[in-house]
Write a protein that binds this ligand. Sequence first.
Ligand SMILES: [Zn+2]
Length: 279
Amino acid sequence: MKIFISVDMEGVSGITDPEDVLPDGADYQRGRVFMTGDANAAILGAYDGGADEVLVNDSHWIMRNLLLERLDPRARTIKGFHKSLCMVQGLDASYDGAIFVGYHACAGTEGGVLNHTMLGKEIQNIYLNGEPTGETRLNAAFAGHFGVPVVVVAGDAAVCAEAQRFLGGVQTVAVKDGIDKFSADCLHPEVAQARIREATARAVASRELATPYRLAPPYRLGIEWNSTTIAATCAMIPGVGLTGSRSVEFVTDDYPELMRVLVVMLLLAMQVGQKAIYG
Ligand SMILES: [Zn+2]
């Protein structure tokens, strides 16, 4: 049995601030230890539940955050950027289940710790078929395209509620409860990791209870940027159109193509979004 694990950072136990998750942040090195601990708990749980192959994808920012030497040696890990499928690189129809660890709520979620969608500064909202969509739903729909169910989502209470809303049969593990975007009531990491391991073992062993999140084509990806320049630049990509001065849309019947075009737009936005005015 093959299990895929995507590990983000903002939803990891003990993490509440950009200083914890950005490479030059004051607490980033400690944040990596917490992230690695939550990831390893899911790996151990997957093997406890009967997996015989586990692939981990480091899914946060520079995508080389996990401390590989501290992970269970049975797992393989995808490290580094660039990669065209971003947070779901490596996931395909050969997997029996997907697990999202360290995930955070959709941009604009009240009480969602470090809530954002893909880019915290440049993106106001991402829409999938007209509905505001966080990373959990975007990536779950990619897994669903291959018939793979998301069996566990671990993160803050807000992302757990988000996952419960649209993922049938998913097990969720809330490792912290948001007070504000930058504060939370946190479980001790050891307690959080024990819960992740236990829930993962249970979910993997009973994975047939979870249903793949399948959407019917066509897939409509909308992005509301914070900048007219970013929107205008993205609209230069064939097939991407402006829907407002700061909004673009891309429509396709091919979900992996939607993900690749999204990644291209993120790369462009990071390049042209650097000019800013203050005051
Ligand atoms: Zn994220």
